[in-house]
Design a binder for this molecule. Structure first.
Ligand code: 4AD
Ligand code: MG
Length: 480
């Protein structure tokens, strides 16, 4: 007997051939109907038991959460909600689940809050919502690779332990092998990192960009897709201390090419989800509709989940310069009525997520790419414009999310880069290898970073970034 997956069985025709299938019990009604799920699909397989012919002590162990194997054959379903079901001839209990203990967990069949599910993150993938989110996450990751591989990019693994601060923002987690209770000290009484494992100070990477640039200067088109770490104390529904970032980097691309790439890439991945994740998207769409019912009419979304994805696919991202955006924001209602927490007074202000969301959700009502930001509020590596005030930066802003992509054309001129680093107090010694790129065949090049979890948030319609990664790391929380 060939065991199969439920997703396959549900697509099969009724047959007299015996089948065998394993999964976890979602429910057992009337001592007759077992809803079995094996994770291959959001749908459960209905297994019908002729209880008069079964040993009672086996049936007693068919409880919510238990792992079982059923044998039987596939018949046309008499009930509603499925076309086929299994007429069970044999049940093997693989792993029991004590109902008294299950009652105390999120496996118990009632509505649990997302916060409660987070506390039991090791069990939450057994719920419909997390099963759907995590299957989508996996599919989206595949689509990311497919897009770049189809388009001639080389997948590059950048180091996780680095000595440099790619963003120059100082938000790094230290990596050290020193004994924290008794570290070696130098003559000034400071910790002597020369005696540490790597003989220098090291940290977890905040971005693979600088290393990706070196490889773009030889392979032409590269991308990274890996974990990145930020020790920023942002306790929001959009920030994680450990998140996955996708960073393409392309030689000879300018900022316009970079914007084209970001838009094309995002659209490809969204289309992939629509084409390949129908059942999970449908479930999440209905979940969202239910959730929205508890909100006042004015706060409810005008579009359902799949319409929102299609809308992004069908429309061009609106490209707007920072300067234009500041004008819009300055004259906007929430600014004039002092509704923004951070009022926009003048050119040069850093945009907060309330401003980004105003532009996207209220003003343009579509994804927006903002470009040419003030040099002062952006990282050292971005290319300085002729005006010497702005840099060739771009951020892609999404409805409900805010910034989903940050990128730029890179400063390829040796002298300009060097003086920018100096002005921003970035160690030339630590980044000499990065400066070298500008000495040996430098050229125009560009890239961006997309926060994978923010993409998963958008596609799944979930509201909190902690609910789209298996084990979220946030300030004060590294459980599991
Ligand atoms: O804008 P960021 O900081 O840009 C960079 O790191 C560049 N080196 C990328 C590049 O040009 N290669 O981060 C890029 C994206 C953001 O737009 C956001 O989507 C995501 O990474 N991101 C986070 N996601 C979750 N939690 C955080 N704390 C994040 N910080 C950034
Ligand atoms: Mg950014």
């Amino acid at each position: 007997m060939q065991p199969k997956e439920i997703i396959e069985l549900l697509r099969s025709e009724p047959s007299l051939h015996p089948v065998s299938i394993s999964g976890w019990v979602r429910s057992f009604r009337s001592n007759r109907f077992i809803a079995l799920n094996d994770g291959s699909t959001i749908k459960n397989l209905q297994c019908v038991v002729d209880f008069e012919n079964f040993e009672e002590d086996i049936l007693a162990k068919v409880t919510v959460g238990a792992a079982i194997q059923v044998e039987g054959h596939l018949v046309e379903s008499q009930g509603q909600g499925q076309t086929v079901e299994i007429q069970v001839s044999k049940i093997t209990i693989l792993g029991e689940a004590d109902p008294e203990e299950v009652k105390l967990t999120i496996l118990s069949p009632k509505r649990h809050t997302l916060e409660k599910l987070r506390e039991q993150a090791h069990l939450r993938v057994r719920t419909n919502t997390f099963g759907a989110v995590m299957r989508l996450r996996s599919k989206l990751a595949f689509a990311v690779h497919e897009y770049f591989q189809k388009n001639g990019f080389n997948y590059m693994h950048t180091p996780i332990i680095t000595g440099s601060d790619a963003e120059g923002a100082g938000e790094m987690f230290r990596v050290s092998g020193l004994d924290p209770k008794n570290p070696p000290l130098d003559e000034n009484g400071a910790i002597n990192y020369k005696e540490d494992f790597f003989g220098k100070e090291t940290n977890l990477t905040v971005s693979g960009q600088l290393e990706a640039e070196t490889y773009a200067m030889g392979l032409g088109k590269v991308y990274t897709f890996g974990p990145t770490f930020r020790a920023e104390n942002s306790n929001t529904s959009r920030h994680l201390a450990e998140f996955w970032m996708i960073e393409p980097e392309v030689a000879f691309n300018d900022l316009n090419d970079n914007m084209d790439l970001a838009e094309d890439f995002i659209k490809y991945v969204l289309q992939y989800a629509l084409d390949n994740c129908q059942d999970d998207l449908e479930f999440l769409e209905n979940r969202l509709l239910q959730e929205e019912k508890s909100k006042p009419q004015s706060e409810r979304s005008e579009m359902n989940l799949r319409d929102k994805l299609s809308f992004v696919l069908d429309n061009n991202f609106k490209r707007v310069s920072y300067t234009e955006a500041i004008d819009i924001l300055k004259n906007s209602k929430p600014n004039k009525k002092k509704k923004f927490k951070y009022l926009i007074e003048e050119w040069g202000a850093d945009l907060q997520s309330e401003h980004e969301r105003f532009l996207v959700e209220k003003h343009f009502k579509c994804p927006v790419i903002l470009f040419d930001y003030p040099a002062k509020i952006k990282a050292f590596y971005m290319r300085l414009n002729e005006d010497e005030k702005t840099v060739r930066a771009m951020d892609v802003l999404f409805p409900g999310i805010g910034e989903i992509v940050g990128g730029s054309q890179r400063e390829e001129r040796y002298d300009v880069l060097k003086s920018k680093m100096k002005a921003m107090d970035i160690s030339e010694e630590e980044l000499s290898w990065y400066l070298d790129l500008r000495k040996f065949g430098t050229c125009v090049h560009s890239g961006f970073g997309l926060g994978f979890e923010r993409l998963v948030l958008f596609v799944t319609g979930m509201g909190n970034i902690r609910d789209v990664i298996p084990y979220p790391r946030t300030p004060g929380n590294a459980d599991f």
